[in-house]
Design a protein around this ligand. Sequence first.
Ligand SMILES: Cc1cc2nc3c(=O)[nH]c(=O)nc-3n(C[C@H](O)[C@H](O)[C@H](O)COP(=O)(O)OP(=O)(O)OC[C@H]3O[C@@H](n4cnc5c(N)ncnc54)[C@H](O)[C@@H]3O)c2cc1C
Ligand code: FES
Length: 252
Amino acid sequence: MKYISAPILSNTAISPELFVMELKADIPIKAGQFIMIKLPDNARILPRPISVFNYDPSSKTLSLLIRKRGAGSELLSTLTTGSSLDIFGGLGKGFDSTHNNKKIILMGGGEGIAPMLLCSNLLKEHNDITILAGFRHEVESSCLDYFDQDLDISYTALDHQEQCARGFVTDLLDNESEPDYIYTCGPIPMMEAIHRMILAKNWNTLLFASMESHMACGVGACMGCTIKNNDNKPLRVCSEGPVFSSKEIFHV
Ligand SMILES: Cc1cc2nc3c(=O)[nH]c(=O)nc-3n(C[C@H](O)[C@H](O)[C@H](O)COP(=O)(O)OP(=O)(O)OC[C@H]3O[C@@H](n4cnc5c(N)ncnc54)[C@H](O)[C@@H]3O)c2cc1C
Ligand code: FES
C-alpha cells in the first residue's frame, strides 16, 4: 500500500483539545479502520494512526476526529485548508457493519467515539442503534453533532453542566435492555468495565473493542503494536485488530 497525498478540505476546532479534519482521499474504507498519517515535520519519523471518523465515498471525503495529545497531533491541529497530508489506509480489521435487525449499542469514550460515526451511518438503516458517549469535558460533546440526530444519543461528562448526566459512559448502560452487540472504543478500563457489566448482567451480548497501541508500520510487519490475548499470545493491533472480540482480550 502506498501513501497518497490528501488535500485538507477543512480543519475545525470543536473544543480546546479536539478538532475535526476533513481530507479529500480516494481510498477503500471500512467502519472501524484507521489510516496512518505522515507528519509534515521531519523531526517525527513515525506516522500517527488515526481512526476513520466518517467517509463519504461519493465525495471522497474522509473525516478524522483528533485529540491534541502531543507534538504530532498539535501540529496537525494547525494545518489549514489547501495544504496536504500523506496518508495510507484504510488499515486493520474494523467493526462488522453488515448486520440487519439487531439492537446495537455504540459506546465511545472521548475521541474513542470516532469510529462510531461511520458505524452508525452504515448500520442505522437496518438496525436499532443507540449511541452512548462519555467525555471529560461537556464541551467535547459537540462531536456528537456530526451524528444523525434521529438516533438515540446519550452522553455523560465529568464536568457536566445542564445538558447531560455527570459520570462515566458505563453508567448509561444500566438504563439499556440487552443488545445483540456492543461496539466500543476508548480507554481500556472503560472497555473492560463494559465487558464485566455484560457478564454481571448475564447478557448474551457480543462485545467488540477497538484497541490502541503505539504503531510503527501499521501493516503487521514490525510487531511494534502487539498486545497479549487471554492465552498470552501476541496480537498485532494494526493487522489482527484494532477491533477484537472482548472474550479474546479481556481477562475476566
Ligand atoms: C488504531 C488507532 C486509532 C487511533 N485513532 C485516534 C483517533 O481517531 N483520534 C485521536 O485523537 N487519536 C487516535 N489514536 C491515538 C493517536 O494515534 C495518538 O494520540 C497520536 O499518535 C499521538 O501523537 P502525538 O505526536 O500527538 O503524541 P506523542 O507525542 O507521540 O505522544 C503524546 C502522549 O500520548 C501518548 N500516546 C501516543 N500515542 C498513543 C497511543 N496510540 N496510545 C496510547 N497513548 C499514546 C504518548 O505515550 C505520550 O504520553 C489512535 C491510535 C490507534 C493505535
Ligand atoms: S505497527 Fe508494525 S506490526 Fe503493527
